[in-house]
Ligand binder design. Structure first.
Ligand SMILES: Nc1nc2c(ncn2[C@@H]2O[C@H](COP(=O)(O)OP(=O)(O)OP(=O)(O)O)[C@@H](O)[C@H]2O)c(=O)[nH]1
Ligand SMILES: [Mg+2]
Length: 309
C-alpha cells in the first residue's frame, strides 16, 4: 500500500469501528485483508463465504480502524441465510462508520435496494466503495454511481480494487476523516482478535471451498475438535473435522485415492503454520457427514457463536 503522503498530521488520535457491508462476493473480505495487509478473513469466488463478524484491525499514525467484515447480504428464507442476515444487520448499528461495498460489475437490483434501505435506517456515517475497478467499464461505474447518488446523496463514493490494492489509501483518508477522536482499542501490532480454533477452522474451510464447486461449499462447516499448543516445546497439534451433509459429499471432499483431502491438508498446513511461527505442526484432518446440519439449531449455534478471544 502506498504511504499517505498528502495527509495533514495533527495531534488528534482517531479510533473507529467500521462495519463492512455488501452483497455476497462484492469483495468485502478481500478489502479487509488488503487494508490489514494480512489474511484476516477467508475469501473465495463462491458467494456467501463469510459467515461471522470478523474483525480486522488497521493502525497507523492517524489512529485505529477496527473493521468488522460481515456475511454478504443475501435475500433468502433458508435458516442459515437468515442467520447470516441477522449477523450483518447487527453489525450495522454497532459501528461508528459503515463501509458499503458494491460490486461495480453487477447492476444494483432488489437485493441491493433492500440492503441500502437497511443501511439508511441505521443512520451511521457512511462511505461507499464501488469495487472491482480493475474489471468494470465506465458505464457500469456510472450505473452504480447513479444508484448511490439517489440513495445517499451526501456520502463519499470511492472507486476501488480490493484485489489490486487500488484506491485504498483514498478510502482510508475518508474513513479517518469520519472517525471520532479516541484511543486505540487494540495493541498497535494486532490485526485480528479471532480465537485460534476459529482461525484454523476458517483456513481449512477456505481450502476446502476453493477445491469444490457449485452448491457444495455451502454444505460444509469445519470444527477444530482438539488444539494443543505447547509454547515452550514449540509444538502444535490440531485435529479438525470437515463436516458435510451427506456421505456422498464426503467422497467428493476426500477425492480419488484421497487426493483432494491431501491437497486441502497441504494448503491448510502452510497457512496454519503462519499462525505459529517456528513451531512444529501436526494436523489431523478428518471428514464427517452431519445430516441436515443447516437446519440443526445446535450446530448453527456453534457456527455463529462468539469468535473473538
Ligand atoms: N477483479 C476483482 N475481483 C475481486 C476484487 N475484490 C474481490 N474480488 C474477487 O471477488 C471474489 C469474492 O471476494 P470476497 O472478498 O470473498 O467477497 P465477499 O464480499 O467477502 O464475499 P462473501 O463473504 O461471500 O459475502 C473473490 O474471487 C475475489 O478474488 C476486485 O477488486 N477486483
Ligand atoms: Mg467475505
Amino acid at each position: 500500500m502506498e504511504s499517505f503522503s498528502n495527509f495533514n498530521y495533527d495531534d488528534v488520535m482517531k479510533s473507529a469501528t467500521v462495519s463492512v457491508i455488501g452483497r455476497p462476493s462484492a469483495g468485502k473480505s478481500t478489502m479487509v485483508n488488503t487494508i490489514c495487509e494480512m489474511k484476516v478473513s477467508i475469501t473465495s469466488p463462491i458467494p456467501q463465504t463469510t459467515r461471522n463478524k470478523i474483525r480486522g484491525i488497521y493502525t497507523d499514525q492517524r489512529g485505529q480502524l477496527v473493521f468488522i467484515d460481515t456475511p454478504g447480504y443475501h435475500l433468502s428464507e433458508k435458516t442459515i441465510n437468515r442467520k447470516m442476515q441477522e449477523v450483518t444487520v447487527s453489525a450495522l448499528s454497532e459501528s461508528d462508520i459503515i463501509l458499503y461495498i458494491i460490486d461495480g460489475k453487477r447492476e444494483p437490483k432488489k437485493e441491493e435496494e433492500t440492503l441500502s434501505s437497511l443501511i439508511k435506517e441505521a443512520e451511521v456515517p457512511l462511505v461507499c466503495a464501488i469495487n472491482k475497478k480493475d474489471i468494470i467499464t465506465k458505464e457500469e461505474e456510472e450505473n452504480v454511481r447513479f444508484f448511490l447518488k439517489n440513495r445517499f446523496p451526501s456520502a463519499p463514493v470511492l472507486l476501488t480494487s480490493s484485489k489490486d490494492d487500488d484506491g485504498i489509501d483514498e478510502l482510508l483518508i475518508e474513513l479517518f476523516r469520519l472517525a471520532p477522536e479516541g484511543e486505540l482499542m487494540y495493541d498497535e501490532s494486532s490485526y485480528t482478535d479471532q480465537n485460534l480454533e476459529f482461525r484454523i477452522s476458517e483456513i481449512i474451510r477456505e481450502k476446502t471451498i476453493n477445491m469444490l464447486s457449485d452448491e457444495l461449499p455451502h454444505t460444509i462447516f469445519v470444527e477444530v475438535s482438539d488444539l494443543e499448543y505447547d509454547e515452550e516445546e514449540k509444538k502444535v497439534w490440531v485435529r479438525a473435522f470437515i463436516n458435510t451433509e451427506r456421505d456422498g459429499q464426503k467422497g467428493i471432499i476426500v477425492g480419488k485415492g484421497g487426493e483432494n483431502i491431501k491437497k486441502i491438508r497441504q494448503e491448510s498446513f502452510k497457512d496454519i503454520r503462519k499462525i505459529f511461527p517456528g513451531s512444529k505442526l501436526e494436523l489431523d484432518l478428518r471428514v464427517k457427514a452431519v445430516a441436515k446440519w443447516r437446519n440443526n439449531q445446535a450446530v448453527l449455534d456453534r457456527i455463529f457463536r462468539e469468535i473473538n478471544k
